[in-house]
Ligand binder design. Structure first.
Ligand code: SF4
Length: 289
């Protein structure tokens, strides 16, 4: 399908990672094999959002005029998602091709800032993170989303966590989680093993109530059907084990689901448990997505 006529375009380099249409659904949408511009931005606010989507694209597949490109904000990322009692949560943009455009997240908190999964290395992003207090810790949710972790760790002197079963993907990581035992970091933050998508998949839980769950590729939100997805198609290790990992998360009180791939979503009180129940029923009856 063709891009809507105007200055922004998506070209053949698109790898269909979803970064642009998750971040700026007003102007970008999937077509099945690659994304397209569905509507051109109007006015400064909309242009800024489309320019940030351009900046976030991992393969430079979004084009625009030189004049508009000069207006790309240098301080657009990280972009604030929500303020939680346990820390402010930001989306980092600057997606990496090496993690197929996965989202990475920054938590700014009094105990020390935490980067969840690695964005592409970016000096402007590093300067903004420095201004927000730097990085104390990096958590790699699983082997696919490690991208430029060494460069970020070296720049900030932060220590890295990964699960033992995926540790060969980040051999320099300073800390390993093992088995199914959750690990508490300082402050209200836990690393929860969720094996399935990969053997060493983990989720990161922020807060004691109305929590934020960073799910890696374990779970994501699909707005068209209003469901939490656990995907067999994109499961690289053991889907039945993945469903058991989903079951163990039902008792949480999640207010925000922030995945590596797929849409983020906020849940009203009580919705999380029923949403995961629906996910389990659907996948045990007819796994297909
Ligand atoms: S961010 Fe880039 S690669 Fe990803 S879907 Fe959009 S245009 Fe394609």
């Amino acid at each position: 399908m063709a891009n809507a006529p105007g200055p922004f375009t998506v070209n053949h380099r698109c790898i269909d990672c979803g970064t642009c249409w998750q971040f700026d659904p007003q102007h970008f949408a999937p077509t099945g094999s690659r994304s397209q511009v569905i509507r051109q931005p109007e006015g400064a606010v909309e242009s800024r959002q489309a320019l940030l989507a351009l900046q976030a694209c991992p393969v430079a597949a979004i084009g625009t005029t030189a004049e508009l490109r000069q207006q790309t904000p240098i301080d657009g990322f990280p972009a604030l998602v929500t303020r939680h009692a346990a820390g402010d949560v930001y989306y980092c943009g600057w997606a990496s091709r090496r993690s197929f455009g996965a989202s990475s997240w920054l938590v700014v908190r009094p105990e020390g800032n935490v980067l969840i999964d690695s964005p592409r290395w970016s000096a402007p992003l590093a300067r903004r993170i420095s201004a927000l207090g730097g990085l104390q810790t990096m958590v790699l949710t699983h082997r696919d989303d490690v991208a430029d972790h060494q460069r970020w760790a070296k720049a900030f002197g932060c220590s890295r966590w990964i699960h033992q079963a995926d540790a060969d993907a980040a051999p320099g990581a300073e800390h390993q989680v093992s088995g199914l035992t959750a690990v508490a970091l300082d402050g209200p933050m836990q690393l929860i093993p969720c094996p399935g998508h990969t053997a060493g998949s983990m989720a990161v839980l922020l807060g004691e109530s109305r929590q934020v769950l960073f799910s890696g590729d374990h779970l994501w939100w699909r707005p068209a059907q209003a469901v939490v997805v656990a995907s067999e198609r994109y499961c690289w290790w053991d889907f039945q084990e993945q469903l058991r990992s989903v079951e163990r998360l039902q008792e949480l009180d999640v207010a925000w689901l922030l995945p590596g791939h797929g849409h983020a979503h906020s849940f009203a009180p009580g919705e999380w448990r029923s949403a995961l129940g629906q996910t389990l029923v659907f996948n045990r009856r007819s796994p297909c997505c």
